[in-house]
Design a binder for this molecule. Structure first.
Ligand SMILES: Cc1cc2nc3c(=O)[nH]c(=O)nc-3n(C[C@H](O)[C@H](O)[C@H](O)COP(=O)(O)OP(=O)(O)OC[C@H]3O[C@@H](n4cnc5c(N)ncnc54)[C@H](O)[C@@H]3O)c2cc1C
Length: 454
């Protein structure tokens, strides 16, 4: 009897042990799969071309790093990257020595090589920057000097209408810069390709993950996740991801996302919509190359241009009008809170007062095709309303960074959160950030490796 009792008791003890072990095993498996699916070394917020290129570059530099991209839309590149002129800029305009100049010249060469490697179609259609009066000729000469200082390859100064028309027969002007290495590409396609590279290297992309909160856990001895992955990132629809480090590149929401981790309020993003007209199919052979005006140094991002597209169409524009919503592509897109925030921002008010008439002119051209046509006829006098396909509406919204005094922030701005030592924000990635994306990614990835000690 006592032996039986002993056997019964010992089997219970063994069962007990067995179940304890089983329980431990499943808890470990669960914890392991939680870590596998929700915990990362570095998370990039924003799946536009800058965020995706950066994530890809970091994984190329540090294979084996556990990385994720969090993007609020269904796909990568749905905002500025998917709504732009599609130009591969050569680097002519930018102040010699600036990050913008260096990264554009380097980035355009990297972009061509990347497209060759990945067989992404592009066209080296070139670009004419055309001066139509004496003041513009003076500015054009300065621009030409800049292009030489920036070491842009192949640029030529054309000093007669005959030279201009040898390249673009319907174009008129007193002088022009010819840039044969300016090209066109679908930047949305390039963005998706960066995403594919990232996934092939083991990175994970979470679409429909709109980040609304970051929380930094302090060290606690009994929670491994808190200790190893102290940043908890929450989405609007209730998902959570943990990470050791975070890089944000949120484009039109760059300032908002930075403030979620107590980032600085300035630079503030003010959204300017750029609307394009599209030429009718029958008029699409009107021009073959990009035709740009000489920029006014006060408004470097303004200026209506002719841009051939990869699908064979020609876009003309854009103008620049205040968008009533950060991602508002039409006049009817309106977000009251966002509008009030912009309209009461002292930097925006100062900019509006300073350039009141330029703003009115942009709005007028937004509402009047004839007014926009007048600007275009300076360069191609034969263009008429009949050449425009009035059924087509295309627009992009530019994340224009402003300081408190209403100055346009012109160069790239990166902000590192020294308090936590774990977060880096891309606060301003202005045009030509698509062209420069691979070069920007190299800079950000190197900085992240240093600051995060990866
Ligand atoms: C009209 C126009 C024409 C241009 N033309 C050219 C050109 O011809 N050539 C050129 O090189 N450049 C051009 N640019 C500039 C270029 O498009 C941008 O500089 C570049 O696309 C910026 O990339 P990004 O990744 O910083 O921003 P975006 O492409 O805007 O990406 C930011 C991403 O962050 C996501 N996001 C935002 N908030 C959150 C959140 N809370 N949680 C998760 N995700 C979030 C957004 O959904 C978006 O996908 C142009 C821009 C405009 C607007």
């Amino acid at each position: 009897m006592s032996t039986l009792n002993y056997l019964f008791a010992s089997s219970l003890i063994h069962y007990d042990k067995f179940f304890l072990e089983l329980n431990r095993f499943f808890r470990l498996r669960l914890a392991h799969s939680y870590v596998n699916e929700h915990c990362f070394d570095v998370v990039v917020v924003g799946g536009g071309i800058v965020g995706s290129a950066t994530a890809r570059q970091l994984l190329l530099n540090r294979p084996g790093l556990r990385m994720a991209i969090l993007e609020k839309e269904n796909e990568l590149g749905m905002h500025q990257t998917g709504h732009n002129s599609g130009v591969i800029h050569a680097g002519i305009y930018y102040k010699p020595g600036s990050l913008k100049a260096k990264l554009c010249v380097e980035g355009s060469q990297m972009a061509y090589k990347y497209c060759d490697d990945k067989k992404i179609p592009y066209k080296r259609v070139g670009k004419l920057i055309v001066a139509c009066n004496a003041l513009e000729v003076e500015r054009l000469n300065e621009l030409y000097d800049r292009s030489l200082k920036n070491q842009v390859q192949g640029v030529k100064l054309l000093q007669s209408i005959e030279q201009i028309q040898a390249i673009e027969p319907k174009c008129v002007g007193l002088a022009a810069i010819w840039s044969p290495n300016t090209g066109i590409v679908d930047w949305g396609q390039v963005n998706r390709s960066y995403g594919k590279d990232f996934e092939q290297k083991g990175g994970k992309i979470f679409n429909q993950f709109q980040v609304i909160k970051f929380e930094l856990k302090t060290k606690s001895s009994d929670n491994d996740s808190d200790n190893n992955y102290p940043i908890i990132i929450s989405s609007k629809n209730g998902q959570q991801i943990r990470s050791k480090y975070v890089i944000t590149a949120a484009g039109l929401y760059a300032d908002k996302v930075a403030q979620l981790t107590n980032g600085k309020k300035i630079p503030k993003i003010v959204p300017f919509r750029g609307e394009y007209l599209v030429l009718r199919k029958e008029s699409s052979d009107m021009v073959k190359t990009n035709i740009y005006p000489v920029p006014d140094p006060r408004f470097p991002f303004l200026g209506v241009h002719f841009t051939p597209r990869m699908d064979g169409s020609i876009w003309v524009g854009p103008n620049a009008v205040l968008a009533f919503k950060r991602e508002g592509y039409r006049y009817r897109d309106f977000n009251l809170m966002e509008f009030i925030e912009t309209a009461t921002f002292p930097g925006f008010l100062r900019l509006s007062f300073r350039y009141f008439f330029a703003g009115i002119d942009e709005m007028y051209r937004s509402l009047s095709v004839n007014a926009q046509l007048k600007k275009l006829q300076r360069f191609v006098p034969s263009i008429t309303k009949d050449d425009i396909d009035l059924t087509k509406h295309v627009a992009g919204v530019r994340a224009q960074a402003l300081d408190e005094n209403g100055n346009l922030v012109d160069d790239f701005v990166f902000e590192f959160d020294a308090n936590s030592g774990r977060v880096m924000h891309v606060r301003n990635a202005p045009s030509p950030a698509a062209t420069s994306s691979l070069a920007i990614a190299r800079v950000i990835a190197e900085r992240a490796e240093q600051e995060f000690k990866l």
